[in-house]
Design a protein around this ligand. Sequence first.
Ligand code: GDP
Length: 450
Amino acid sequence: MTPTTTITAIATPQGRGGVGVIRLSGPNAFAIAEALTNKSLPAPRMAGFRQFKDAQDEVIDEGLILCFKAPHSFTGEDVVEVQGHGGVVVQNALLARLLSLGAVAAKAGEFSLRAFENGKMDLVQAEAISDLIDASSEAAARSAVRSLQGAFSLRVNEVLEQLIHLRLHVEAAIDFPEEEIDFLADGRILTLLEQVQGAVSQVQKSAKQGQLLREGLQVVIAGKPNAGKSSLLNALAGIDRAIVTDIAGTTRDVLHEKITLNGLPITLTDTAGLRETGDIVEQEGIKRAYREIEQADLLLLVYDLTTDDDPLALADGFFHQRDPKRLLLIANKADLAEQTPHQDELNGFKRIILSARQGEGLNTLIQAISAHAGYQPEESTFIARTRHLDAMVRCQQHLADARVQLVEFHAGELMAESLRLAQHALSEITGEFSADDLLGKIFGSFCIGK
Ligand code: GDP
C-alpha cells in the first residue's frame, strides 16, 4: 500500500542547539516546502538558503533547505529537510506551519517504516537504526552500524539461499515419485540439511553476542548486611554511588548502576542485606532484593571472609535453589583475612576471593562475568534482538522436524512442509518473506534444473 500522506517531524532533539532539522516525506513534500519558503526549491541534493515564512508572509526562521527526489531518499519518497535554528519555540512554530500546509505529524518510527515498505532497507536494518541511537556502549554502537550496513541481513540471506537450495532438492524428489525413495535415501539431502543446521547455529552464536550487546547483562549483588555489597558495586562502577557504612541494613532499597565491562553493558544492582528483620522498611527492601535475584542473569553472592558465614548455607537459606550457572561466590575482605585474591571453586561453585575496598581481584571478577555471559568481543559482532533469536530457535525446531521426517519416515512431503516453515521463520528476521517470491524461485529453477 502506498501511503498518500506527507508526514513531518522534528528530527533533532528538542532543546537549544545551533541547528534544528525538520523532515518532510511524502508526495506533497516539495509543494509544502515551496509554500513554506514562498520560493522555488533548490535542485535535489543541493543546499539552498531560504527564509521560512508563516501564512502572513512573516519570517519564522531562516536556514537551509535540502530536497531528495523519490526514490533516492531515506524513505524512498520525496523528502525535504528544513534546517533552521535549534530552539524549542522556533522549531515548534516551523512544525506548526508545516502542519497547517497539509503535512501530518509522523508517528514514532514512521520514516523508517516507510523506508522498509519502500524496500530501502530490511527489518533488521530498520531495527539497527533505533539500536544505534539507543546504544549504551561503543561496542554496541559499532555493532548496530554493522547491522545497519547489512552485515546481519547478509548472513541471514546466505543461510536462506542454502535453505532454498535444499528445498529445491526435496521438491524435486516429491515431483518425481518413482525416484523419491532413492532420492531421499541417498544421503545428499541429509548432508545439505545438516549444512543448513550448522549455518543457522553459526548465525545464532553471533546473534547471541549481538543481543548481549544490545540488552546487556543483569547482574545482582546480594549477601548479608555488611558483607561489602555496596563497596563492590562502587568498586565496579568506579564511583561512589551506593552509601557505604558499617551500620547493618543501610542499603534498604535497590540501587541500579549501568556500567560497561570490557564493552559489555551491565546493569549492576545492589540489594538490601539479606537477613531476618523486624523492621518493616527493611523487610520491604529484602522482598525487592528477592525479586531482583529471581530476574538476574548472574548473582554475585558476597560474603565476609573474616566471619564464619557459610556462603552455601546462605544460598540455600535465601535462594532455595542453587544454580552454579547463575551464581558466583564472592569472598570479600581478602585484605583483612590476609588472603591473596584469586579464583577457585567451592562445592562446584566458582568463587572469587577479593577485596572490594582495596580493589584487588576485581579484574578476575570482571573476566568471570564476561565468561559467564559467554561474551567474546569480536570485530564482526552485529546487533541483534530477542525477536531474531526466537525466529532462529523456531527455524532450528522446524529443521529438526525435517530431519526426523527424512531419516525416520522417508516422508518427502512432510519434510518439505517443515522446511517451508523453517524458511518462513528465518525470513521473519529480515521481513522479506513472500510466498510468491518463493514459488517463483522454486518453479523457475525447477524447469532449468530438471
Ligand atoms: P554492605 O552492607 O554489604 O553493602 O557492605 P558495605 O559495602 O557497606 O561495607 C560494610 C563495611 O565493610 C564498610 O565499613 C566497608 O568499608 C567494609 N568493607 C567492605 N569491603 C571491604 C574490604 O574488601 N576490605 C575491608 N577491609 N573492608 C571492607
